[in-house]
Design a protein around this ligand. Structure first.
Ligand SMILES: [Zn+2]
Length: 128
């Protein structure tokens, strides 16, 4: 698996999480290219090519998470948005995208939110 990391998150940490997610699938992870790109908003998104071993996942950079947390604090809303990398959301999105590369379409998939990726909570991805 080739990991292309265009974010400010630690590549080694991302690689561990990506590899662990692939282990759940009967696919040859070695031929995959996974690109992780920064997103300008909160949340984790992704896309993939039907039948091709290529996936892009978008995550907010650490600086965006910190900036958002500061803004909420200044508003005094009491709401504390997360400042850590969301490993569970990442694994959930990657799982969904792997299914797409196998040719699976949305009508044949469970909704993203129902994909259980709680195991990924044990994976920490640090800022670099
Ligand atoms: Zn999809």
């Amino acid at each position: 698996m080739r990991l292309v990391n265009l974010t400010k998150w630690e590549t080694r940490d991302l690689r561990k999480l990506v590899s662990a997610t692939f282990r759940a699938y009967p696919v040859d992870a070695r031929k995959y290219v996974v690109e992780v790109r920064p997103r300008r908003r909160l949340g984790t998104r992704g896309y993939a090519w039907y039948g091709l071993p290529r996936i892009v996942v978008f995550v907010p950079n650490p600086s965006l998470l910190r900036k958002t947390a500061r803004e909420y604090e200044e508003m005094g809303s009491g709401f504390r948005p997360p400042t850590d990398f969301d490993s569970v959301a990442f694994a959930r999105v990657l799982t969904h995208e792997i299914a797409h590369t196998l040719g699976v379409r949305h009508r044949d998939m469970p909704p993203l939110k129902t994909i259980n990726a709680d195991w990924a909570g044990g994976f920490t991805v640090r800022p670099r």
